[in-house]
Design a protein around this ligand. Structure first.
Ligand code: 5RP
Length: 250
């Protein structure tokens, strides 16, 4: 449902419409879900999350000095440190009040694809650890079904030793003939996650993606798979910034 959020500074001249939309979603979600009583906060990864941290910083040092922020990877750790917020780890704080994270696509049931930045293992740990898990994204990520726009496929983290076997199984057994190993820019070698693993991107048919939980469970059964970038029924809400300055909340 689109809602008006006229109070937000959506008209900043130096931001593209997409960046403005990300910021709008992030600011709205922080205002709604990061409350004074929330002390342990999970910070996701990607290009929308810096706006989450930016908004949290504006809540002031009085509130933030009593809070601990848990990162989902190297990027969010840097963000927390650079913003002079208190850094913690999920092994110290296995229960998190609220985690806010980005998404590559979110369907009508709040299932989502994550892992465009290869962080989905730690992102899923922080999503599961959170009492409330919230997604933020620009309007392009708001879809009816998973795979609608994000055609790169489902990100799958695999241990390097097993990648060729997992790839073969995805292509020939699980019905993803175009599954590929994610390569770093300029084909400098495989992308390596913060956990030292490889990433496979596996596109599935519209038919398979109608039931993301089943496809996720089948992929997870493959030996060597560490985590799958399908988050099913985990998010409580998702906020999408729109081009016209409104926010769609699912
Ligand atoms: C990283 C992720 C990101 O949250 C996801 O790719 C969305 O990123 P962005 O906010 O840049 O669109 O899952 O693994």
């Amino acid at each position: 449902m689109p809602v008006s959020t006229g109070a937000l500074p959506i008209t900043a001249k130096n931001l593209s419409v997409i960046e403005q939309s990300k910021r709008l979603a992030a600011y709205t979600a922080v205002d709604k879900h990061i409350l004074p009583e929330h002390k342990i906060i999970g910070i996701g990864s990607g290009s929308t999350v810096p706006y989450v941290v930016e908004r949290i910083v504006t809540q002031g040092n009085e509130l933030n000095k009593d809070r601990v922020f848990i990162p989902t990877g190297f990027q969010s750790k840097e963000l927390i440190v650079m913003s002079k917020l208190n850094l913690g780890d999920v092994d110290q704080y296995p229960t998190i009040d609220v985690t806010i994270d980005g998404a590559d696509e979110v369907d009508t049931e709040l299932n989502c694809i994550k892992g465009g930045g290869a962080c989905h293992l730690r992102e899923k740990v922080l999503a599961e650890a959170a009492k409330t898990f919230i997604l933020v994204a620009d309007y392009r990520k708001n879809v009816e079904y998973l795979g609608q726009n994000f055609t790169a496929g489902v990100p799958i983290e695999v241990v390097p030793f097993a990648y060729a076997k997992v790839l073969q199984n995805l292509q020939h057994v699980l019905g993803s003939p175009n599954a590929t190993l994610r390569m770093a820019k300029a084909k400098a070698g495989p992308v390596v996650s913060d956990n030292g693993n490889f990433i496979i991107d596996a596109p599935f048919s519209r038919e398979d993606m109608k039931d993301p939980y089943t496809i996720m469970a089948r992929i997870k059964m493959l030996t060597g798979v560490v985590e799958v970038g399908l988050f099913c029924h985990m998010a409580e809400a998702s906020y999408f910034g729109n081009e016209d300055g409104s926010v769609t909340v699912k």
